[in-house]
Design a protein around this ligand. Sequence first.
Ligand SMILES: NC(=O)c1ccc[n+]([C@@H]2O[C@H](COP(=O)([O-])OP(=O)(O)OC[C@H]3O[C@@H](n4cnc5c(N)ncnc54)[C@H](OP(=O)(O)O)[C@@H]3O)[C@@H](O)[C@H]2O)c1
Length: 326
Amino acid sequence: MFRALLLDRPDGKFEAKIVTLDDSALPEGDVTVAVSYSSLNYKDGLAIADKGKIVRSFPMVPGVDWAGTVESSASPAFKPGDKVLLTGWGVGETYWGGMAEKARAKAEWLLKLPPGTDEKWAMTMGTAGLTAMMSVHALEANGVRREKEVLVTGAAGGVGTVAVALLAKLGHKVVASTGRKELEPYLKKLGAHTVIDRAELSKMPRPLESERWAGAIDTVGSTILANVLASTARRGTVVVCGLAAGPDLPTTVMPFILRGVRLIGIDSSQCPLPERDERWRKLAALLPDGLPGEAVEMCGLGDLPKLAEAIVAGKVRGRTIVDVRK
Ligand SMILES: NC(=O)c1ccc[n+]([C@@H]2O[C@H](COP(=O)([O-])OP(=O)(O)OC[C@H]3O[C@@H](n4cnc5c(N)ncnc54)[C@H](OP(=O)(O)O)[C@@H]3O)[C@@H](O)[C@H]2O)c1
């Protein structure tokens, strides 16, 4: 028997409740895992708050990531006792996810934890950490140099927090954009050089503004991303991974054809396993101790409905780790 947060729609009315299930309820899959921790990501917030049509079939255990210990495996790639992590691949959307004491998944979705890390570290990073690492990698692979200013939008959120910490660790001059200017000390502690108010990037964008950013990681989309593109320097690179402000992009071709700006998309969910493994190892090498205490909040399954509303409203700071045994 195991506890789970279960989302369901009996008689068409949405509900999110903690239930106790028998192992026979677990979905098909070749590896069964005792989950230690999951984490709360924006997508989980949408799913648990019943916003944004994230869940494709009910009943569903939400949680787009989890880490734990293999209990049984029909795959030779894993054996009982292995410490593993999973992010993306549609778990918590079309396939039962991590907000439960047990999970079952396909072996080809799993990674062993990077050497020297544990399950709690893995979920301090989670999907947000992998996404931030992929974004930072894309900036550096496209030649963004370390002495120039690099912008991170939605900086106090999960992806933003890890991105600021990673860029600072690599020696970049990080400008953090936030709607919560009171979090300036938090962002500076993570390594931001300068903190700007997101209002500066929220006006109706002109096709081009004066050149400022050598590179940018955008977690919010919409008007802010259009402003970021307009003020990105010649041959600069903008990486987009999120839509917290909206999925639209009211821009023109000008930044691309007059300044050679590159716009790169990140999809961590379907990232191929070898690339995933490499990014996780780099993440562990750069942030072996995780994040500062201020950037991490612990919660239990029962706290999730309230926290889901908060993350969708942009009120959660940093990363929230879910101890599924609580
Ligand atoms: N592409 C991928 O593979 C991938 C993976 C993970 C996440 N994502 C996406 O990345 C985004 C961030 O995810 P997350 O888990 O880091 O979420 P999060 O913790 O909620 O962070 C989002 C941040 O965006 C800012 N924000 C919120 N609402 C906004 C608004 N209306 N206008 C402007 N800024 C706003 C806030 O930061 P400030 O208060 O600092 O402004 C907020 O903390 C989400 O859209 C998520 O779906 C994509």
